[in-house]
Design a protein around this ligand. Structure first.
Ligand SMILES: Cc1ncc(COP(=O)(O)O)c(C=O)c1O
Length: 373
């Protein structure tokens, strides 16, 4: 597998960056942002990228500059960070039910165009005391389960009753429906990914038709996970997509055929710290830098760039590299890795080292890192 940097370029970077470090290759980041925007445009869908992947207001702004309609976040505290940087159209694709958070939600609603997820009528009762006197109604999207079996109602009577209950509340505005086909990450072939993406689109089209037949106005039909978007976006009922991972891609996306290795923009830079016996090299990137996610999908914990081999074991501060033949790598040498799950890895670091074509380095804070409340 070939990745952006030559070994000479890597040595130059390694001389200037202490490891383990989070590296973003700007040309690929910009291309990934532009390519997803072009896909959404081609099918007349709005792009509302999920920014839990990068947790960076700067990168979110680049996505908006490229044409994204607004952003998605998973958490209220992520929304607060993004809003503090001037982003004013945010969908929290999640259910917020804790009273303390509802107070904060109301405050944020006063400042920006805010939309939240809902999948249970009891949530309406929880929202009421905080929003009943708001000057504008809170936008709500009903979450539909398209197979992940996490949040979301199934398409049927419960969905219709819930949508009617939302539409009856003067302090709420029913904006539409959303789903996340996250079960795609258990797919084992490109054909399965395509089938899940098509089902996601078809299910949401059916849900929209059902709700419209019951007299409900559904403005937004929002879908998205990075692997399914290329297929679900083709359904004419779908008018918004929310991929997140596509800005970076990672080894899981490569394993699912959702990305080619050449598209990856996020890497972990590490250093060889031990070579205790022949055939075993140890790097300074362990689970606190590479995260343990995704090994069930990829069969490893990270893919070294331009070196044959893989990270086969992690402890907190160490990664054990298995190489097919005795390597020329020596103590102190750099090893650049593609992590399994970019979103989980970004949340482990304070800063990105953003590298441009001229190999200039700019540090970008992972501003919403750790914002999980
Ligand atoms: C509700 C929701 N929407 C969109 C996404 C984006 O999916 P992906 O990271 O596969 O692009 C996620 C990811 O977890 C999600 O939970």
């Amino acid at each position: 597998m070939k990745f952006p940097f030559t070994s000479e370029q890597l040595t130059k970077l390694h001389a200037r960056i202490e490891t383990p470090a989070l590296i973003v290759w700007q040309p690929n980041l910009e291309k990934n942002i532009a390519d997803m925007q072009a896909l959404a445009n081609r099918f007349d869908a709005a792009l509302r990228p999920h920014t839990k992947t990068h947790k960076s207001p700067l990168f979110a702004q680049w996505q908006l500059n490229a044409g994204a309609k607004g952003i998605t976040v998973a958490k209220l505290s992520e929304a607060e960070v993004m809003a503090a940087h001037g982003i004013d159209d945010i969908f929290i694709a999640n259910q917020i039910t804790q009273v303390q958070k509802l107070k904060r939600l109301r405050k944020l609603h006063e400042r920006i165009h805010l939309t939240v997820g809902l999948d249970n009528p009891r949530q309406i009762d929880l929202l009421r005391p905080f929003f009943k006197d708001a000057s504008t109604p809170l936008n709500v999207r009903i979450e539909i389960d398209s197979g992940l079996k996490r949040c979301g109602v199934t398409v049927g009577n419960d969905l219709v009753e819930l949508a009617k209950a939302v539409a009856r509340q003067p302090f709420l505005r029913l904006d539409g429906i959303f789903t996340h086909a996250g079960h795609v990450y258990a797919a084992r072939s490109a054909a399965q990914v395509e089938a899940i993406g098509k089902q996601e689109g078809a299910l949401m089209a059916g849900a929209k038709t059902l709700l419209q037949k019951n007299g409900l106005r559904i403005a937004t039909v929002s879908v998205g996970s990075t692997p399914t978007v290329p297929f679900s976006v083709r359904n004419p009922a779908v008018n918004e997509v929310r991929p997140g991972n596509y800005v970076f891609y990672d080894a899981m996306q490569i394993a699912l055929h959702a990305a080619a290795p050449e598209q990856v923009s996020l890497f972990v830079l590490s250093t060889v710290v031990a070579h205790p016996v022949a055939g075993r090299l140890v790097i300074d990137a362990g689970s606190k830098a590479l995260h343990t996610d995704g090994a069930g999908v990829t069969g490893h914990f990270g893919l070294p760039v331009n070196i044959k081999g893989k990270v086969v074991r992690l402890s907190e501060e160490h990664g054990v590299l298995e190489l097919p033949e005795e390597s020329t790598l020596r103590l102190g040498d750099p090893v650049l890795l593609v992590p399994n799950h970019a979103c989980a890895v970004a949340n482990l670091f304070d800063v990105y080292y953003l590298i441009n074509e001229a190999l200039q380095i700019k540090t970008v804070p992972v501003e919403a890192r750790g914002k999980s409340q």
